[in-house]
Write a protein that binds this ligand. Structure first.
Ligand code: ADP
Length: 493
């Protein structure tokens, strides 16, 4: 092998420490996969209060105490703690940037009560981005690559191309920025720009400004050495339409030659029906009959009558506009006229939760809901359901459809982004891994469910579909190699 690379991977969410969605899963599994390829990779994230010092054996790195970070005219002090992700063959070191004022809170981006974004999210992530660079200098550890993820880390490339541009420590450091979702950009009033300390000449349409705001994501798009996103289809989509590109499609299209779509994998250790402690009974493609016990447990958990020949359709999702649950609500009465049961685990917009709750009260023997975040229940839903529903309006990659295929639970998805790239539509003769519909239309969704039901009624055919999904390769290794190739390519530039 050629010389191992040094990589710092930065993210605002990393499983098992902090998670609101797929970003956390990727930020844990991808570094592990890159480490297994023989590279030195470390992770850095904020230290939120709920990350238990005792459980994760966090320890102070004494020489990294009291790092002053300017925020506008003020100074906030950070310090660094360390731990490891240890559910793998090789440990990955994780640094936590700590400051009680900014991160000593119960939420990641918003308070769990009231669900309003913290008003100082600009300062919190300015602090984190500069903190990353100051920490590296004090550690004396010089990465070849800083791999940034989503807007919370978006200022790092901008800092490296400005304030730190003449710092010899960072002379050879290149940046990769991965877009996990274009819809979340971190756009703040112009006053926030002053707090960042970035030079005034960065605030323009080719730099950190977009639509009159200081935009963290755009800062990364403008100043990183390479850009990736989490599926090939989404890479196309975000350059070509305003809807997918959330207003930055034109700007992204200009950087198209530096943009690659690299599909997410899934963590094969965390999501393995043959070795999953969270489910009722483990199984694999050769012991599908054992999956039924999970269905019974799932029905029981949601207080639904267990019906052997009635499929349970499961869904696990953030309940936000992107995920397409307005389509589900539109046809739910009709859906429940079919011979199906429906279970939903989600959290998000209160209005959407209320509507589902009302429907559940109307259809108690056919529908179950749980609002909140529950990883263990998520595993049981993947294992116990017969079908998995993901009707997203857009989907950068999506992980749940891959989990469901791995658990022998064929997904019903809208053909967009990573859903399009990972699910093969059923095409008769035992071919395919799930069911797709094209137009963002509730009737199309209903038709896809009806199509799935027809196949479900042919048990042998259905089993083929289940096994097809279970035996597909969704592991990280392939994608991790693509990231490493990208790192090497930009280091040559
Ligand atoms: P996104 O990142 O847009 O939320 P993904 O499908 O990429 O969507 O990833 C979602 C991840 O979050 C999956 O691991 C999924 O199981 C998990 N998840 C989402 N909502 C919940 C919830 N309410 N409880 C437990 N896990 C959840």
């Amino acid at each position: 092998m050629s010389k191992p690379l040094n990589i710092l991977f930065i993210s605002s969410e990393v499983e098992p420490f902090a998670k609101t969605g797929g970003l956390a899963d990727v930020s844990s599994a991808l570094p592990q996969a890159i480490k297994e390829l023989g590279h030195e990779i470390r992770i850095m994230m904020p230290r939120y209060r709920f990350i238990s010092e005792r459980k994760f054996k966090l320890h102070d790195i004494i020489r990294l105490k009291d790092i002053p970070i300017p925020i506008g005219k003020n100074t906030e002090v950070g310090n660094v703690k360390s731990s490891f992700i240890s559910n793998l063959k090789e440990k990955v070191q994780v640094y936590f940037f700590d400051n009680v004022n900014y991160f000593g809170r119960d939420g990641i981006y918003q308070s769990p009560v009231g669900k309003k974004d913290y008003k100082d999210n600009d300062e919190r992530f300015i602090f984190f981005c500069r903190g990353v660079l100051e920490t590296l200098k004090r550690l004396g550890w010089q990465p070849d690559i800083i791999h940034c993820n989503d807007w919370q880390t978006g200022l790092v490339p901008a800092y490296l191309k400005s304030i730190y541009a003449s710092d010899p420590f960072f002379k050879n450091v290149k940046t990769v920025f991965t877009i996990h979702n274009m819809a979340y950009q971190g756009a703040f009033p112009v006053e926030s720009f002053d707090k960042s300390g970035l030079p005034k000449d960065h605030y323009h349409q080719e730099g950190s400004e977009a639509y009159g705001k200081f935009n963290f994501l755009k800062s990364a798009l403008a100043f990183s050495d390479a850009i990736t996103t989490v599926s090939e289809r989404y890479a196309e989509e975000i350059c070509s339409s305003d809807e997918f590109g959330a207003g930055l499609n034109g700007f992204l299209a200009q950087r198209k030659k530096d943009l690659r779509g690299i599909l997410n994998g899934i963590d094969y250790q965390a999501w393995d029906p043959a070795a999953d402690d969270s489910i009722y009974r483990m199984y694999d493609a050769k012991s599908l009959e054992a999956k039924v016990d999970n269905k019974k447990a799932l029905a029981n958990r949601f207080k639904l009558p267990y019906k052997e020949n009635t499929p349970i359709i499961g869904a696990i999702s953030r309940l936000v506009d992107q995920k397409g649950f307005d389509l589900v609500l539109e046809i739910l009465d009709d859906l429940l006229k079919l011979d199906v049961q429906f279970v939903l685990l989600g959290s998000g917009e209160k209005g959407v939760e209320k509507k589902f709750e009302a429907m559940q009260k109307k259809h108690t023997s056919q529908m179950g809901v749980f609002f909140g975040f529950d990883n263990e229940l998520a595993h049981l839903i993947e294992a116990g359901s017969d079908m998995f529903l993901m009707p997203s309006k857009y989907e950068p990659c999506g992980l749940n459809q891959m989990y469901s295929m791995r658990y022998g639970t064929p997904p019903i998805v809208r053909a967009t982004g990573g859903l399009e790239d990972t699910v093969e539509d059923y095409s008769g003769g035992g071919k395919g891994t799930g069911f797709k519909f094209e137009a963002y239309d509730a009737r199309e969704l209903l038709k896809a469910v009806q199509r799935a039901l027809k196949v479900y009624q042919q048990p042998e055919e259905w089993k083929k579909l289940m096994r097809n999904g279970m035996t597909r390769d969704f592991s990280w290794e392939h994608s991790a190699k693509k990231y490493v190739n990208l790192y090497k390519d930009i280091l040559k530039q």
